[in-house]
Ligand binder design. Structure first.
Ligand code: SF4
Length: 296
């Protein structure tokens, strides 16, 4: 695989710094310190190229991203979290897909634009952010104007996010857990709560509250996703408190109801079932009571 899009001389300082951040790899809070540019692999199981699992208009995303033409999703394989209940485990843990150059990712972006998508939605980009930022830069230089959505797990390093300022229009992080012991057991990330809280603050600093145009489609801002887990395992109320009190009372949040006990969840007794209607309702009501902008 000759050259593989790694000639970085035409890229900006920010993109080059992101690529340098893979040797040793300190792109995310795992701090694996492996040399991914020499083929070493860390927790995310991914080399220096992005593995693209699928590309296409997606109509199952939040309505503010879908519009008429769908959200232009680019699903990236691998993940820096180890969620035992992963709802996308074939992509995230088994890493199904093909390694693609930044040039190839740019082609996908223009294909999605040609299909009438309202945005480009990078799904699970954190561990391959150098390739994602490089592709965004090239696409912008070639005239792509669609908003860029950074659709991530929330386990992000603030220093890395700072290098993305100006590249991302809509940050769409998960906020998965507010309790460290649960985050350790269910995602192998005891520091998830503090890391995700700091990351969301930085995202909001960059893009502010979600702005939705007269056509009902978002153009910029923060959109938080929160998947309710059974038996209060997500620590939902603390997350709502944090968003309302430390981010903005106008934060837009999608309280997601679709939890299913996938992957290894059946061996964890507290999450081996779906949520009840009452569990979901309590979280939604609490979010509303805090004044948050809760999507339907
Ligand atoms: S991006 Fe991957 S290799 Fe780098 S620190 Fe994170 S998990 Fe480790």
């Amino acid at each position: 695989m000759k050259n593989m899009g790694r000639n970085l001389s035409r890229y900006s300082e920010k993109v080059r710094r992101l690529w340098e951040g893979m040797n040793p790899c300190e792109l995310c809070p795992r701090m694996c310190k492996v040399n991914r540019r020499a083929g070493e692999i860390g927790f995310c199981g991914t080399g220096d190229m992005a593995i693209v699992s699928s590309v296409g208009p997606h109509f199952g995303e939040e309505s503010v991203l879908v519009g008429k033409g769908g959200s232009g999703t680019i699903f990236l394989a691998g993940c820096n979290l180890g969620c035992v209940f992963c709802q996308n485990y074939d992509i995230s843990h088994f890493r199904h897909g093909q390694a693609r150059t930044m040039e190839q990712i740019v082609e996908f972006m223009f294909d999605l634009n040609g299909h009438g998508c309202g945005n480009i939605n990078f799904v699970t980009p954190t561990h391959v952010v150098p390739a994602v930022a490089g592709a965004i830069e090239l696409a912008r230089q070639r005239g792509l104007e669609l908003p860029i959505v950074y659709n991530c797990g929330g386990y992000e390093l603030v220093e890395t996010l700072r290098l993305l300022e100006g590249y991302v229009d809509i940050y769409m992080p998960d906020m998965k857990f507010s309790d460290s012991a649960v985050a350790k057991e269910l995602a192998d990330a005891a520091d998830y709560p503090e890391v995700a809280f700091a990351a969301v603050k930085e995202m909001h600093r960059q893009v502010g509250d979600l702005k939705v145009g007269a056509n009902g489609v978002a153009s910029r801002g923060l959109l938080v996703r929160h998947l309710v887990l059974p038996n209060k395992q997500a620590g939902s109320f603390k997350i709502m408190d944090f968003l309302a009190e430390e981010i903005s009372p106008s934060t837009t949040i999608n309280v997601m109801e679709q939890y299913r006990p996938c992957f290894k969840a059946s061996s964890h007794p507290k999450i081996n079932r779906r949520c009840t209607a009452e569990e979901i309702a309590k979280v939604r009501e609490y979010a509303v009571s805090k004044g948050l902008n809760v999507l339907n």
